[in-house]
Design a protein around this ligand. Structure first.
Ligand SMILES: [Zn+2]
Ligand SMILES: [Zn+2]
Length: 368
């Protein structure tokens, strides 16, 4: 036989109590026996667990009806065993405490906490983006103070629990009908009073360290993308895991090459003779200067395609293309000899040239 107390008795409610009455009763007991308000008090802990178990059963119509008819044994036959420890209570009731008190379980002296992520940036050239590159960046990492090992106080000393907030780090303030949790003014939200702060970190428990990190930037990266490096963020506290490092990669504009996704665009400026006769010309590519062939009779705006000479596609072995657009430059000034040749060329090709009169040119100049 079980020696468990009656659930109605624990919550001090009648057997016909409504759901609201039961919740109200539990709220009072949960606050009274909350472990954060009763540190190292085994009796409070037992009472807290007991009240939580009673509430767990009576708030649930099915469990309550089983209990009403068959008692503790009935519930046990259905596999209900209550809470084995405090963590059980908090994992199933955390949200309820949130609504009761405005916080779940405060953690002024709680266990390990994960470190925060770090965001950083680095700038690379387009050519580096095309080939992939290793960049070294410097970051500032927060970690536990190496002198006090993250305690914030001298070794051998134990800070006192704050008398104003009883270690919560928060106090309730009544504003009209609502109660708001604010950081405790006496301990500034720490839950404890530290009379012998560590001289190195001045009680902050943390220190900032500069670290150099090598970042592998994959080929084909696009400007604005992030490279994630696991466990290179801020250190956790009290042995908690390190956060991650996110490095945003920015790509500088190239003076000659324009990137659109995996393709590269550029211009080849050529003269009318080169366009007419075709010519080899030097152009800038991702792999440096390169000679390409402009076909005979190329028009302004024609494209020469350099297959598979664009950007690598991230995570694959394929590449885009490099499109070189032909820009035919018409000479703005001609030497006497060039003029003669040009007129001869026009006559030869049957091109009728009626040159504007000089007086017309003068008028144009005056308008400007
Ligand atoms: Zn306090
Ligand atoms: Zn320290």
């Amino acid at each position: 036989m079980t020696s468990k107390r009656d659930y109605y008795e624990i919550l001090s409610v009648s057997r016909s109590a409504t759901e609201i009455e039961i919740k109200k009763a539990y709220r009072i007991l949960a606050k009274k026996y909350h472990p954060d308000l009763n540190p190292n008090d085994a009796e409070a802990e037992t009472n807290f667990k007991e009240a939580s178990e009673a509430y767990e059963v009576l708030k649930d119509p099915q469990k309550r009806s089983t209990y009403d008819r068959f008692g503790h044994q009935g519930l046990e036959n259905q596999g209900f065993h209550g809470f084995s420890n405090m963590e059980d209570v908090f994992s199933s009731f955390g949200d309820i405490f949130e609504s009761f008190f405005g916080f779940g379980r405060s953690q002024p002296r709680s266990g390990p906490q994960a470190g925060a992520d770090i965001e950083s940036q680095t700038t690379i050239t387009l050519v580096e983006a095309a080939n992939g590159v290793k960049k070294q960046i410097q970051i500032e990492v927060s970690k536990d103070c190496h002198v006090c090992e993250g305690l914030g106080h001298e070794k051998g000393y134990t800070p006192e629990t704050c008398s104003m907030c009883q270690g919560y780090g928060q106090v309730q303030q009544n504003r009209g009908f609502i109660s708001i949790a604010t950081p405790c003014p006496q301990c500034r939200g720490q839950g404890q009073i530290n009379k012998k702060p560590c001289k190195t970190c001045k009680g902050s428990t943390r220190e900032i360290a500069k670290e150099k990190i090598d970042v592998d930037i994959p080929k084909g990266v696009e400007s604005g993308m992030h490279v994630r490096i696991s466990h290179k963020g801020h250190f956790g506290s009290k042995g908690g895991p390190q956060g991650d490092l996110y490095v945003q990669v920015l790509i500088e504009e190239h003076p000659h090459l324009i990137r659109r996704k995996e393709h590269i665009f550029s211009f080849a400026k050529i003269g009318i003779a080169q366009a007419s006769l075709g010519s080899k010309v030097m152009v800038e590519t991702l792999e440096g200067s390169k000679s390409i062939e402009i076909p005979r009779g190329s028009q302004n705006g024609d494209q020469v395609v350099l297959q598979n000479e664009g950007m690598p596609i991230l995570g694959s072995n394929r590449k885009g293309n490099h499109y070189v657009e032909v820009k035919v430059l018409v000479p703005k000034r001609l030497s006497t000899k060039q003029e003669e040749l040009m007129r001869e060329f026009a006559t030869e090709s049957g091109e009728k040239v009626i040159e504007p009169s000089s007086s017309f040119l003068d008028k144009c100049k005056k308008k400007k």
